[in-house]
Design a protein around this ligand. Structure first.
Ligand code: MN
Length: 305
């Protein structure tokens, strides 16, 4: 047999296959008018470390850029990490935050028991990545919070540089809040392989942005997610042309999370309660805030009749 590794080949993985890179194709979706490629969750895989959602906003069309106009909507049980590659956006939320964000900066919002927020791009459109991180049991029922990091550590890679926005990479450490061990970085690469030390107990993924990435020897094309699901002591990343990619990773989530719409929880009952609280306009759980955009109503959960 030859050719690409098939999904069924990866069942019953052995120690010998520990360094295997699994590559999954994303699927296109729309959030309002904004086109995105959803890389996580993907078929058979909900999380990479605590990262449980990865949407890549498509590059803006020079003639008709897609605006990011995401009206007030709720979250529970997760952090949202917003990372822009081009353009500018404004974040507003239940805490009264009104925070513009530009490329190279991090907006990190913690939902805890409940928060609502909205995101609005400048007219030129945006290109970036929207990520969610599942909160652990210890903090997921807790206080809502928001932090903006305008300056983040930049690590010299020899062949390029890394902006470390979450956790630690190569001795550079992000000041951002982290409830479980994580790593998140934008890699701005020039030709030449870069090797990172990895924790063999952690999971990692590469998100190509501008071109294909060689990840531990496997080619990962834009629109795909390349995953190393533990067992690796090093991560090798290489781009043959100058370009960007994202590296995410962390400690595996030790419990089964449930995701529906904008909610991360552990049970269907918790999801349904959050849905009812948003539908009922519970402003204790999801305080109102100023936004020029319309509130987004939750769809009816498929299990509710
Ligand atoms: Mn959101």
């Amino acid at each position: 047999m030859s050719g690409p590794v098939q999904e069924e080949d990866l069942d019953g993985r052995t120690a010998d296959a520990a360094d295997t890179v699994e590559v999954r194709e994303g699927r296109t979706a729309h959030i309002g008018a904004l086109g995105v490629v959803r890389l996580l969750p993907t078929k058979g895989r909900r999380t990479i470390g605590g990262w449980c959602f990865v949407d890549v906003m498509l590059p803006p069309d020079a003639l008709e850029p897609d605006p990011m106009e995401i009206g007030p909507h709720p979250h529970i049980g997760l952090h949202t990490a917003t990372w822009l590659l081009e353009g500018e956006a404004l974040h507003s939320d239940s805490l009264g935050t009104q925070q513009p964000i530009r490329p190279g900066q991090l907006n990190l919002m913690t939902a805890g028991h409940g928060i609502a927020h909205a995101e609005l791009s400048s007219e030129a459109g945006v290109h970036g990545i929207q990520m969610w991180i599942a909160q652990p049991e210890e903090t997921r029922h807790g206080e809502r919070a928001f932090e903006h990091h305008g300056e983040l550590p930049v690590l010299d890679l020899g062949s390029g540089e890394a902006v470390v926005f979450m956790g630690e990479l190569g001795g550079a450490r992000s000041p951002a809040r982290m409830d479980t061990p994580l790593v998140g970085a934008e890699l701005r690469l020039t030709p030449g392989a870069v090797t990172f030390e990895a924790n063999p107990d952690h999971e990692y993924a590469i998100v190509p942005i501008d071109g294909p990435v060689l990840f531990n020897g496997a080619v990962v094309e834009p629109g795909h997610l390349g995953m190393v699901l533990g067992g690796s002591e090093t991560l090798q990343v290489e781009m043959r042309e100058p370009g960007r990619c994202m590296l995410i990773g962390g400690e595996p989530v030790g419990e089964r999370i449930q995701m529906w719409w904008n909610f991360v929880a552990r049970t269907r009952d918790e999801l349904e309660t959050a849905w009812r609280d948003w539908a009922a306009g519970d402003t204790d759980r999801f305080p109102e805030f100023e936004s020029t955009l319309d509130r987004i109503e939750a769809p009816l959960p498929i299990w509710v009749r």
